[in-house]
Ligand binder design. Structure first.
Ligand SMILES: Nc1ncnc2c1ncn2[C@@H]1O[C@H](COP(=O)(O)OP(=O)(O)OP(=O)(O)O)[C@@H](O)[C@H]1O
Ligand SMILES: [Mg+2]
Length: 328
């Protein structure tokens, strides 16, 4: 690398860092590490979501400029001199020029996926992105896992034999279906409460266990009740399919199946989402972990942020090379 290139890269980093000066040094490092997998662990209220928001701002302004050793072939001595003497209080023109000189492969907003588990956290992400970025934020895929899956499924679920106008069942709908099945199978309605059965089915789906896999797992155990529940699970899946309906867990379960089974669909999203960010990672389950791995599996530009928590350990085994943590 030439002396010019080294200086250009350093000056570019310094200008971007100055633009992110409101972050503390660890936060800034996290916002500027744009490429490759990154796990960010920090305590409650320590500024984790702030990092995600600033990271999206950094990506949409400078692309991988803060994390790249590419120097544009057109960069001239006067450009370098400009970056190296960049003022603390730049005017509009200087800001504009610095952005042009520092930007490398800036993604388009819809190439960024920012997801989280709860509606509350997703609402916060959307609001804070809008406040930081303005109208451009509307084109970032910022949502819950569930809404992202609905969008993905509406486009391609016909490949799994559902119609694209599928219905989404809420808990009451699901309980009604389970109640019917319990009757049809002549099971004792007291011993087979819909609520309990649904939570067992939900746990099976979290583990990405199909009805067949669930039945097989419990067949040798001589557990009569679980073998009956396996039957209920099987019928439940059949009935929902016949009604062209998905429950909340199915939204993610079927998206994982779609991405695993259909290489074209997988390639489309892996190519589309250049950057994947997950907030409140400690709340995600195994199924969402599988989904995240599939969606981010192409470019591997995945940033997960969470409270230091047991569930994070799963990620430690999952090829995450960069781990940063910080305190307030
Ligand atoms: N470097 C910083 N300097 C000053 N204030 C900051 C900094 N980072 C974050 N804050 C402020 O601290 C508060 C909490 O930040 P934030 O919501 O990002 O934390 P969090 O870790 O995501 O919280 P939670 O655990 O609730 O998800 C916010 O008001 C935010 O603006
Ligand atoms: Mg937060």
């Amino acid at each position: 690398m030439t002396d010019f290139d080294q200086r250009y890269i350093a000056a570019r980093r310094a200008v971007i860092a100055a633009d992110l000066r409101r972050l503390n040094p660890m936060q800034r490092q996290a916002a500027m590490t744009t490429e490759g997998p990154l796990l960010l662990l920090a305590g409650a209220g320590s500024g984790k979501t702030t990092v995600l928001i600033q990271r999206v701002y950094n990506l949409l302004t400078y692309g991988r400029g803060s994390d790249s050793s590419d120097v544009p072939p057109w960069a001239a001595e006067e450009d370098l001199a400009f970056l190296e003497s960049f003022p603390q209080r730049p005017d509009e023109y200087q800001v504009e020029r610095a952005r042009r000189l520092c930007a490398v492969d800036v993604p388009r907003p819809w190439e960024i996926l920012a997801i989280t588990f709860t509606n509350k956290a997703a609402g916060e992400l959307k609001d804070r992105l809008a406040a930081r970025l303005g109208p451009v934020a509307n084109d970032v895929w910022a949502s819950t896992f569930h809404s992202a899956c609905v969008r993905i499924l509406r486009r391609d679920i016909d490949r799994l034999g559902f119609d694209k106008d599928f219905t989404i069942y809420d808990t009451d709908d699901s309980r009604r279906v389970i109640r019917d099945i319990v009757k049809e199978l002549n099971l004792d309605e007291k011993a087979f409460q819909p609520k309990t059965i649904l939570s067992i089915i939900s746990a099976a789906k979290d583990n990405y266990e199909s009805p067949a896999a669930f039945a097989k797992k419990h067949e040798g155990e001589n557990d009569w009740k679980l073998s009956r529940i396996a039957k209920v699970y099987e019928r439940y899946a059949q009935k929902l399919r016949a009604a062209n309906a998905l429950d909340f867990d199915d939204l993610i379960y079927h998206t994982v199946t779609l991405l695993q089974r259909e290489p074209e669909v997988l390639a489309y999203y892996q190519n589309k989402f250049r950057y994947v960010l997950v907030d409140e990672y400690q709340d995600t389950n195994h199924l969402q972990y599988l989904l995240t791995g599939l969606l981010a599996g192409g470019r591997r530009n995945l940033c997960v942020v969470g409270d230091d928590d047991q569930s994070i350990y799963r990620f430690r085994g999952a090829n995450i090379e960069n781990i940063l943590s910080f305190e307030k």
